[in-house]
Ligand binder design. Sequence first.
Ligand code: UDP
Ligand code: MG
Length: 309
Amino acid sequence: MISIVIPVYNEEGLIDDLLERTVSALDAFTSDYEIIVVDDGSEDRSLPNLLKWQSNNPRIKVLSLSKNFGHQAAFTAGLEHASGEIVGMMDGDLQDPPELFQKMYRKITEEDYDVISGTRTGRKGKSNRNFYTFLFHLFFRNVAVIQNMENTGNFSMMKREAVKALLSMTEKVRYLPGLRSFIGFKQGSVDFVRDVRTEGEPKMSLTKLFILASDAIFSFSRFPIKFCLYLGLIGTFVFMCAGIYVLIAKTLGFAVIGWSSTLLSIYFLGSIQLVSLGVVGEYVYRIYKESQDRPIYFVKKFYDGNSNK
Ligand code: UDP
Ligand code: MG
């Protein structure tokens, strides 16, 4: 069986299109599948719309979370409730084409891949968002400890063993594309052009996108802490030069050490210390989050065709 996991948050206007397209894309190559739509605490009519679909089609299951936990938590919830031997992940706004699952499935079954992710060869539409995403991938490629992640997101398909490995990592700060790359196995990709949203506004605000990007950088690179180290080294070098100058000036008797040099050094040292403290603080915060060990999500109800009848 194939399971497809789709998170939605306030997507009432999109659900009919989404399920129509996904069902027909899957019908084109398999009859043994389930679609698990995770309602991430929507406040609009997403849930009733989903339940209407669920009651008419036994292959559609709806996992309703107790509140909005965020995109990555919603995917995790869906993955934990999927029972297929092969599991696909897709955003609910049709920016990723469900028709591509057929190609992913072929690669997994015929070429024995364990993980196939969708690589965006381009993005339709011009927006600041696309530009920020481009910048993130450019930066992340250069600092990440994991490889071949550029321009891949959540859109992917995996064998059960890979899903098990992915879910065995119980860290609370989750960047799923990074975790998926981290597990290894035989990984491949299929190319696609990322569409524009067919309806509504993005549900990941720029703040949420920024948090996701910093989660990725903190979880999968040593860049932040190295950055502090380099700042410290540069500071040390600058002050060694300044120190030598001061000593020479003192010996030669033209020591006009005024307030400007004092102020500059205070500012410079102070800012290095603040930046470093901030970065260390981020690490402490992340350790704290992990040690709290709170669940990543709570389920209000799983409408899987058994429990709600
Ligand atoms: N989403 C979610 N919870 C959230 C934010 C978003 O489940 O807190 C869903 C959203 O409904 C969509 C998918 O995650 O199906 C991707 O969100 P969006 O399109 O806003 O993000 P982007 O395309 O910018 O990555
Ligand atoms: Mg989107």
